[in-house]
Design a protein around this ligand. Structure first.
Ligand code: FAD
Length: 419
């Protein structure tokens, strides 16, 4: 007979929440973490500031999960952004709302979020073991019996909550172990792939723009011969291609299209607030003002400095052409370039460099009411290891916390139902 306790595997956002919730319901909980310190991914999240959720109306939340948002419907309603902020406030982490509804600790310190969770599990009486890697889930008669560590030690338990995270940023401990464990248990795993990841481009001129950040621009993804998705906001040029919030959001679809060998293009509208006619009028005005200057000295008021040589080059208008000699056709070409700067996407950066993993344990095999496996009794799943992913803005952590909340409580109820 297994010892009547729960083992939670992985002390990330989902695992810490699950362990604390189960223990607060009076269950004995052992939380096993492979790294020396728990919550390493939380600590680096939001560039060290931890964008822990989003202030958006919870009714509109689901649309921010391109990966199986519907699975999260009831889960996010039960433990929503308001409850999450109340939870952290209770443990001393007050929050503030920034651009795009992004919620951060007032202290701008992701480590404070980890400390709050550690205080929570300590108060709940969770036994935390770090530097221990779970290698296998032990099953007998279709039921969980415990886990085996990679040092062969066996730890008995009547229920296991698997919260091993995705496969990105493996230095934080999330090395995709859950996928291997899931397959061995007979669970279907949807091929893990990078999401929220920078994009590499064919065009080498991006190198010249390295470090240039553009605000209030529109980026549109084209594949399959048509316009697919548009995002408005901030983006960044890097030495290999493009990154920044709107690019990360589009990357999920770019990756999918590339996997189907499609030609993927990104068109950047540098002046989305203007219609083509308005932009043409604006250029006419600027060209009148600078009529006797050379073309290379006429764009300072309409484009960021580092972008001017690139746009000039692509426009094929000679840099030393006197502005009043620029033809109407050339001006139109320039305007088109400003509203459709085209990049060909070569590939995404690898999974290791992604903010989240799309794919994972198939949601069809998990009961969203309890997070219980439909394949094995006593097994529960929570967090990024599941085939669920959100866009940037705090949605991924909110989902991990909410799934952990539900899984921890349900695992505890499962234990009580057995006695
Ligand atoms: C750079 C970066 C920035 C991010 N910023 C944000 C943000 O600001 N807002 C947001 O919402 N999301 C953000 N995310 C995404 C978010 O951090 C994750 O979606 C979230 O942490 C997933 O939580 P999780 O508990 O499922 O997995 P994780 O937090 O990855 O935790 C999994 C844990 O399991 C442990 N583990 C793995 N295998 C084993 C094993 N075999 N045995 C024992 N332990 C194991 C790992 O060591 C790890 O501690 C960011 C991600 C990255 C990489």
């Amino acid at each position: 007979m297994s010892k009547e306790r729960i083992i939670v595997v992985g002390a990330g956002a989902a695992g810490l929440m699950a362990a604390g919730q189960a223990a607060f319901k009076g269950t004995e909980v052992l939380l096993v973490e492979k790294m020396e310190k728990p919550g390493r991914k939380i600590a680096i999240s939001g560039k060290g500031r931890c964008n822990l959720t989003n202030a958006e109306n919870v009714g509109d939340f689901i649309q921010n999960y391109p990966g199986n948002g519907r699975f999260l419907h009831g889960i996010l309603r039960e433990f929503d952004n308001v409850r999450l902020c109340e939870f952290f406030a209770h443990y001393g982490v007050d929050t503030k709302v920034e651009r795009g509804g992004r919620v951060f600790p007032v202290s701008d310190d992701a480590e404070a979020v980890v400390q709050a969770l550690l205080q929570f599990i300590a108060e709940a009486g969770v036994d935390l073991r770090t530097n221990q890697t779970v290698d296998e889930i032990l099953i007998s008669d279709g039921r969980v019996e415990g886990v085996r560590l990679n040092n062969r030690e066996v730890l008995k338990a009547s229920a296991v909550v698997l919260c091993t995270g995705g496969g990105s940023y493996p230095g934080t401990g999330s090395t995709g172990d859950g996928y291997r464990i899931a397959k061995k248990l007979g669970h279907k795993v949807i091929t893990p792939r990078p999401s929220l990841v920078p994009l590499k481009t064919m065009e080498n001129w991006v190198k010249e723009l390295q470090g240039l950040s553009l605000r209030n621009v529109e980026a549109t993804l084209w594949y399959g011969g048509k316009k697919q998705k548009t995002e408005f906001g901030e983006m960044l040029f890097t030495h290999f291609g493009v990154s920044g919030p709107i690019i990360l959001t589009l990357s999920r679809w770019a990756g999918e299209a590339l996997a189907h060998s499609e030609k993927v293009e990104l068109k950047i509208n540098l002046k989305p607030a203007l219609t083509p006619e308005q932009l043409d009028l604006r250029l006419q005005r600027d060209f009148q003002k600078f009529a006797n200057k050379q073309f290379k000295n006429s764009l300072d008021e309409i484009l960021p400095k580092s972008l001017i040589p690139v746009i000039m080059d692509l426009s094929k208008i000679p840099a030393d052409r006197v502005v009043h000699q620029i033809t109407r056709e050339e001006r139109k070409r320039l305007a088109q370039l400003m509203q459709g700067l085209t990049l060909t996407i070569k590939e995404t950066l690898p999974l290791a460099a992604a903010i989240v993993t799309a794919g994972g344990v198939d949601v069809k095999e998990i009961d969203p009411k309890t997070m219980a496996s439909k394949c094995i009794q006593g097994l529960f799943w929570a967090g990024e290891v599941i085939d669920v992913d959100g866009v940037t803005g705090g949605y991924n952590l909110q989902a991990a916390f909410a799934m952990g909340y539900r899984a921890g409580r349900a695992a505890s109820e499962y234990l009580y139902s057995r006695v």
